[in-house]
Design a protein around this ligand. Structure first.
Ligand code: ZN
Length: 206
């Protein structure tokens, strides 16, 4: 269970900044957890700013929206560096779908934390090929706190760590997750890949 770090409430600012990473597969509740932490910071009267990459147009452009429709206002940004200029007055900076940002996101998060801000990022740790996604490995390494969430395997009901793509596209970014993906455990993920290769032998050939 994640225990929120101590804040100096007399100034409504943290004593020092840090980075929290919420990682996991699709359907693991990452955005819900991000929103839960941000809402608690709001209750503590901290200034919060939330960003997401403008690539993610699945839902309303101005919101981080989790699957249970528990929405929170966010700002879509194209470049990671924009987050620095837009979060000057924030005590707490939240970033959703962080795996979609360019590599400079690691430096941006470190810089924000160095300024004394609490930075909370949520993202997919693995892509649909089970390879580390974007800058997630670097973010997880430099973070003070890493929370790895799991989904439930839609095949066997076990603990799911992988996002299994049901359609044949090889694009790394494929949005519209409920139709295109299943959360799967290790065994069901790789069993499914073998079956796919039997039906479509070209599947893994780039
Ligand atoms: Zn399974």
């Amino acid at each position: 269970m994640f225990v929120e770090p101590h804040f100096d409430n007399s100034e409504f600012r943290p004593r020092t900044g840090w980075l929290e990473v919420i990682a996991g597969s699709m359907f693991s509740g990452k955005t819900e957890e991000l929103i839960r932490r941000l809402n608690r910071a709001k209750i503590a009267k901290q200034q919060i700013q939330i960003f997401k990459p403008s690539i993610d147009q699945r839902y309303h452009a101005q919101h981080v929206v989790s699957h249970n429709s528990n929405a929170i206002f966010s700002t879509p940004v194209e470049q990671a560096s924009r987050i620095l200029t837009l979060s000057e007055s924030a005590d707490v900076v939240g970033i959703d779908e962080v795996q979609f940002f360019d590599a400079s996101i690691v430096q941006v998060c470190s810089q924000l934390a160095n300024q004394g801000k609490r930075v909370i990022v949520a993202g997919l740790d693995l892509d649909f090929k089970a390879k580390p996604f974007g800058s997630m490995p670097q973010l997880m390494a430099v973070a003070e706190f890493v929370t790895k969430l799991h989904a439930i395997c839609m095949r066997c009901g076990g603990i799911a760590n992988f996002s299994y793509r049901l359609v044949a596209s090889q694009e790394e970014v494929l949005l519209g997750e409920t139709e295109a993906y299943e959360a799967r455990c290790r065994r069901c993920f790789y069993t499914g890949d073998q079956e796919k290769n039997k039906i479509h032998p070209q599947h893994e050939i780039q």
